[in-house]
Design a binder for this molecule. Sequence first.
Ligand code: AMP
Length: 418
Amino acid sequence: MSFSSLGLAPSLINAVAEIGYQEPTAIQRAAIPAILRGEDVLGAAQTGSGKTAAFALPLLQSLLDNRSGPRQLHGLVLVPTRELAAQVGESIRKLALHLAMPVKVSIVFGGVSINPQMMALRGGADIVVATPGRLLDLIDHNALKISRTAMLVLDEADRLLDLGFSEELARILQLLPAQRQNLFFSATFPPEVQALADRMLHQPARIEVLSEPVSKPDIAQRAIMVDAPRRTQLLKHLIQQHKWPRVLVFVATKYAAEHVADKLQRNGIRAAAFHGEFSQGARTEVLADFKASRLQVLVATDVAARGIDIARLPAVVNYDLPRSAVDYTHRIGRTGRAGESGVAVSFVSADTEAHFRLIEKRNGILLPREQVAGFEPKQTEAPVPVASVTDTVNGGIKGKRKSKKDKLREAAARAAAE
Ligand code: AMP
């Protein structure tokens, strides 16, 4: 199937060809005709599915078809993070660049001065890509009116709610006209996301590409057993062994991000931390360095890394395991994008094994536990020798909670000793 069979105008088909997309992805094939028919859309799509173009192309077409008179906001795209705002806004600009008519796409997000964004909105905008808080600030400053928006896009709705934007969303929905087209995209649908979709959408076309994305990311998932204190050395070893030109490393805290980046640097690896306490300027700079391969390793927290699109990322490492199965999916989705292959490595220790098992269960995967020579874990669930049974009963190895397996082994050992 080609882009020309989806009902897109020739100028947009041209734009797609200029960018170099050969054929539409699954979500594009399903969503574009429905959006062009004016339907609301509920899209379940994961990272790398091509969902930005899936909504941007029909949004641009509807703008071209309907624009007359002074410029007024036609499309509003709400996204959870600044990085995603920049990325989605740039993607729409890229597509719009090839059209005969100039299209003004404004990108607004918090954490930076509001004044330049207010200036940029003078004379209006055709499409605004925004994080919810800053959008409301701009509306409060009379820099922007959304009361005549024709199309609303919620991108990564689950993330928007995760990050606590539900009140802002409710206010925004009240300010929008009742008559509008709604496009709702989310990777996951927990009850609160489903409830928001039910409130917002009118008989939506349901599009689900989670199970069979056309450009199914080719991600080799690995779980390596290693004791926590040895993770940085193992990371260094893997980077050198596999000669990964770039790797995104996930950690649990800002402190860990700084600490691990610092240790890698001292080992001669070009690494930097990336977390929420960075100024916008610093974030942009670090990301640009990473994208341009001036940095080899980015050590990031979840919030900072959410939504960033870095082409051809060969590897992601879960230095600290993600908190949830959903976060695991999001993290590993940073590699193997748009048909490229990638590897996602998770470091697992005796203490985190049970947690990782839960992540596997929720995601329907089961990975073999690997060990790397020289980094074999010492804190594994070693069989309890009969001689030490009494010690173990009185508290066991210091700091290590007994697993169910340990208890079973103890019982067996006791039975054997009697
Ligand atoms: P997205 O899921 O929108 O973040 O897109 C993921 C990546 O796929 C981006 O780098 C896009 O440029 C790319 N992409 C989107 N649509 C296509 C397509 N039809 N063919 C090839 N690549 C695409």
